[in-house]
Design a protein around this ligand. Structure first.
Ligand SMILES: [Zn+2]
Length: 434
């Protein structure tokens, strides 16, 4: 009897241990509204999640798995997790227990291997309390509506983040790190600019889906969206900065197409393909209103490109087009700046320095300023400040011009120091505010 049991055990345990999935690594990323846990697994895993109360815990059971290393230490300032424990259960399952600071809403999914990573299990913990209190804060009563010119909102998007580190230089510099540093410097410059307000789309080292980035910008009613990246190419000699707008149909060059694949694959890396689903509307709107936005994007791109050109080497002679998902907001002029080639050793070195990051930020800022000098939308502080001008065309009279701008003829006269009705074709008139 004993012998048979032992034999049976041997029989059973052999294939079982062969199937045991190894979990080599467990990473933690903290985003403002959630914490992401990523398990690197040697094969696709099956898992179950459940929550326990008093105290709050989240239990993750992973079938036929074993943790290779130890569970990571959780920083004391982690908003949600107090501690991570793990144990192997009878039957070969791995149980990971998260001791929580408060209850969370978990979401989990597995990811298939890609160029950078193998199989992964991702568990996102959403902060239930934070979401609730945020909802209340939004409902503050609005004061009586009085016309006040508004600030321009500049959305600054540092590419990649968290699991997705973007391109990597020979010396180990990560794109996600340097572009965040540049984004922060640009935000500080925009902050100082009167009539403008920055919105940092990514605020730390965590991943954001490409559609989520667009969504955040649109929620903030952004007037512009600027995505900041650093290029990479297999030929390490290639260098210089480039500026991209969304291509109307596909990519305008082979290299641009290649780059678009690189940048867009971030969504596969971050694993948020699911998010595509709630943006069917965006793709419908895209066709309808994109052409005006594309035109504006192009103007902005040219302004920024001209400024970057002053800074040093540029990669291509003009603004490029490619099918970047992150630029697809139908109503927000959007550009993508590849600041430099991180794959080029000397540019990599520059990208790491605070002074160069500042220079790039300043060049982009100058480009933004230049763009708005002639394109500030009505109702913004900047548009109010720019004096309106009218070039007189043949046959026009003061009366007609006054009616056009809905002002009085005498106001038009006094703003331009005119005593009579004498005007000539090509003359420039100042149009006073009403
Ligand atoms: Zn990038």
């Amino acid at each position: 009897m004993n012998k048979i049991a032992a034999l049976l055990l041997l029989f059973l345990s052999y294939p079982l241990s062969a199937q045991t999935i190894k979990i080599d690594n467990l990473r933690l990323w903290a985003a403002p509204d959630h914490i992401r846990l990523v398990f690197d697994t040697s094969a696709p895993v099956q898992h179950t999640l459940f929550s326990l109360k008093n105290p709050d815990r989240l239990v993750i059971d992973i079938k036929d798995s074993k943790l290779g290393g130890s569970t990571p230490q959780v920083e004391s300032d982690n908003p949600l997790i107090r501690r991570i424990r793990s144990a192997n259960r009878k039957g070969g399952d791995l149980r990971v227990v998260l001791d929580l600071k408060r209850s969370v809403k978990p979401k989990s999914f597995v990811l298939r291997p890609n160029r950078k990573y193998g199989n992964r299990l991702v568990v996102d913990l959403y902060d239930v309390v934070a979401k609730k209190s945020k909802g209340r804060a939004v409902k503050t009563p609005t004061a009586a509506k009085r016309y006040v010119p508004r600030q321009l909102v500049i959305a600054i998007d540092a590419g990649h983040g968290g699991e997705d580190s973007g391109a990597r230089g020979k010396a180990g510099t990560r794109e996600k790190t340097v572009v965040l540093a540049i984004a922060r410097k640009l935000a500080a410059l925009v902050e100082k600019e009167s009539g403008m307000r920055p919105v940092l789309i990514r605020k730390g080292d965590y991943y954001l889906g490409l559609r989520k980035r667009m969504k955040l910008a649109r929620q903030q009613k952004a007037d512009l969206f600027i995505s900041i990246h650093a290029d990479a190419f297999r030929d390490r000699r290639v260098r210089g900065s480039s500026v991209y707008t969304l291509s109307q149909r596909g990519a305008s060059s082979e290299a641009a197409r290649w780059l678009a694949v690189q940048e867009n694959s971030a969504d596969l890396i971050g694993g948020v393909k699911l998010e595509d689903k709630d943006d069917i509307l965006a793709s419908v709107l895209l066709d309808l209103s994109q052409s005006a936005t594309l035109q504006a994007s192009h103007k902005l791109a040219n302004s920024v490109f001209r400024q970057l050109k002053k800074l040093g080497k540029i990669h291509k002679r003009k603004v490029q087009q490619a099918g970047f998902v992150v630029l697809k907001s139908p109503d927000v002029p959007s550009i993508l700046v590849e600041t430099a080639f991180i794959s080029n050793p000397s540019e990599e070195k520059k990208l790491r320095t605070s002074s160069y990051q500042q220079k790039v930020a300043r060049a982009i800022m100058n480009g933004i300023r230049e763009y708005f000098r002639s394109n500030a939308p009505p109702g913004t502080i900047l548009a109010e400040r720019i004096p309106r001008r009218h070039v007189i065309s043949q046959g026009e009279t003061l009366g007609r011009i006054a009616r056009l701008y809905q002002i009085k003829v005498h106001a038009l006269r006094s703003a331009n120091g005119l005593s009579g009705d004498q005007i000539r074709t090509g003359q420039i008139l100042r149009i006073p505010k009403t």
